[in-house]
Design a protein around this ligand. Sequence first.
Ligand SMILES: Nc1ncnc2c1ncn2[C@@H]1O[C@H](COP(=O)(O)OP(=O)(O)OP(=O)(O)O)[C@@H](O)[C@H]1O
Ligand SMILES: [Mg+2]
Length: 358
Amino acid sequence: MTSSSPGGSDPLRATPDGTAAATAHPATAAPLLELSGLTVRLAVEDGSRAVLDGIDLSLAPGEALGLVGESGSGKSMTVRAVTRLLPGGAEVDGTVRFEGQDVNAMSGPELRAYRDRGVGMIFQDPRAHINPTRRIGAFLTEALIRNRGTGRREAEARAAAVLAEVGIDSPERRLRQYPHELSGGMLQRVMIASVLLAEPRLILADEPTTALDVTIQAEVVGILDRLRRERGMGMVFITHDLDLALAVCRRVAVMYAGRIVEVREAEELHRRAAHPYTLGLLGSRPSIDERADRLDAIPGRPVSAFESGPGCAFADRCAHVQPVCREERPELEPFQGGLVRCHRVAEIHSRQDQEASA
Ligand SMILES: Nc1ncnc2c1ncn2[C@@H]1O[C@H](COP(=O)(O)OP(=O)(O)OP(=O)(O)O)[C@@H](O)[C@H]1O
Ligand SMILES: [Mg+2]
């Protein structure tokens, strides 16, 4: 999975989801999710620190959007802000809209309904999110019985049917088992089943397969991708693995230091990424065709939003840096069909085009 290239015969890309617009901004449908100028500061001992710095992003109904970037870039904070599950004392600026409704202005009952039916979360480590002392059946049926008044027998029948859909054998028997009796891959399928049972319009998947073996990863991602498409659910898919994002998502947003630095259709991102950071990520992927000693790692270490100066957060690691990059913050602007946050992008690419045609 990690070394598969987009396009071609990759089964994960076989069916375009149809409902999403084919541009960097999904303009044809009213957005399912829309983040505007989303800025988050977290409380720390000596004050507060910025972790998200003006995130603009929108997602059409049924669309899958990849969110990639190095550790600490703010991927998890973004989805935590979407569900209003930020650490205590967080200060939020800007807006998060779900189907037009301002998430930060939702009342208690509205927020509960949004978390029950609007969004479903899948995390990296299912064991940390499934109560080990309760049976799988109780975990899967609880929300249906409590929030929707579904009868126990019907809830169990639906849970068993969904377990079969995520590829778990003997589903009735599994309902009576405890989490420790299931492998990590099985438990992640149970987590996916619990999200499917709630039938949300949006899935937030935060590194859903990072903790699994590579072979199991591919299976679990394949199941999630197929069922999401069949049900027409939107998804924000967070991963470190750019290839995985390109395989599963129609568009990909690249994050660096709490900002979006590039948004582009997956296929286009692969063919003509424009931001120097995205190009660095593409160049540092292991490939089965190339020897590992030829990998171009991005020099330096990633920084977080609060560590970056007034200019471009990537400036210290960028081969194209000029004084303006350190002084002025670049905006996210249209470039070759996508959006790019770089002062020098047009210059760099026109020079490269000239070199290529010379
Ligand atoms: N509870 C917290 N208090 C203060 N800072 C935090 C807290 N949680 C995360 N951070 C900081 O917020 C920034 C963004 O973190 P986030 O977890 O969103 O990154 P990420 O992109 O999900 O990284 P990873 O790929 O490692 O999961 C980082 O600088 C991190 O150190
Ligand atoms: Mg994270």
